[in-house]
Write a protein of this length. Structure first.
Length: 259
């Protein structure tokens, strides 16, 4: 018997050293179900060899509207904690896989969608973008890492107000607050994210890896520990073959050709 083909919830397009990942839940504003989270996990747990940058985006005018409440499963306290910790694990995979991730944001970037966006390293927003943490209006609390990732960007005071009131921010406001790094015109976020990914892919892979792995961890450290970790990263990266190539290229006034 022929079985109907089911499309993946995460479309993956590989072009040279760059992968474009598109969350694909038509009619759901790309709300995060367990299946989509599992497909994101599978990709970031073992990125293709030779990959140097990733673009993450949504479809049908939205990035991700957060947890799919229509598929919400009643859980006890232990089950809820395990579910939250699984989100933390997958968001850490996105942030610390070692491959830079550029997100193209538009429409809903809400709840878990904002948690996912802030796990990416470069964020490009359109004016239609709506950043929101509505959990307080639903009688729940964030569980996918927002207290750390969004809280670091906004500060605890502003994040508390955002959650208490259900306030949303536009793309322009998000740029001013640091939720986005770039603001482009409507329909332009994906092209700009791709341009930035291509630029990032030209960097030395070791330098990119160091930035991804070290900077947020150093931010967690006491001052002197952070400075020591910085010295270790500098020692490893600045004695690499790519560092030699970067210096030669600068002196010879040509673009570097990293490994």
């Amino acid at each position: 018997m022929n079985r109907p083909m089911t499309r993946p919830l995460l479309d993956i397009a590989l072009e040279g050293p760059i992968a474009t990942l598109t969350m694909n839940r038509p009619g759901k504003r790309n709300a995060m179900c367990d299946g989509l989270l599992a497909e994101i996990e599978a990709f970031f747990a073992a990125p293709p060899k030779g990959l140097r940058a990733i673009v993450l985006t949504g479809t049908e005018g939205h990035f991700c509207s957060g947890l799919d409440l229509s598929e919400h499963v009643q859980r006890d306290a232990e089950g809820t904690m395990r579910h939250s910790r699984n989100w933390h694990r997958v968001m850490d995979l996105v942030q610390f896989s070692g491959v830079p991730v550029v997100s193209a944001l538009f429409g809903a970037v809400i709840g878990g969608g904002l948690e996912l966006a802030t796990a990416t390293h470069v964020r490009v927003a359109e004016p239609s973008t709506r950043f929101q943490l509505p959990e307080g209006r639903r009688g729940i609390f964030v569980g996918g890492g927002a207290t750390v990732r969004v809280g670091r960007i906004l500060g605890a005071d502003r994040m508390c107000e955002m959650m208490l009131t259900g306030r949303s921010y536009t793309g322009e406001e998000g740029l001013r607050l640091g939720l986005a790094h770039y603001l482009v015109g409507e329909g332009e976020a994906l092209a700009e994210a791709r341009r930035l990914a291509e630029r990032i892919a030209e960097n030395a892979q070791l330098s990119n890896f160091m930035m991804i792995q070290a900077l947020s961890r150093i931010d967690d450290m006491p001052r002197q520990d952070g400075l020591f970790a910085e010295s270790l990263c500098a020692a490893v990266s600045q004695t690499s073959l790519d560092a030699e190539e970067g210096l030669r290229a600068f002196l010879e006034k040509r673009p570097p050709k990293f490994r």
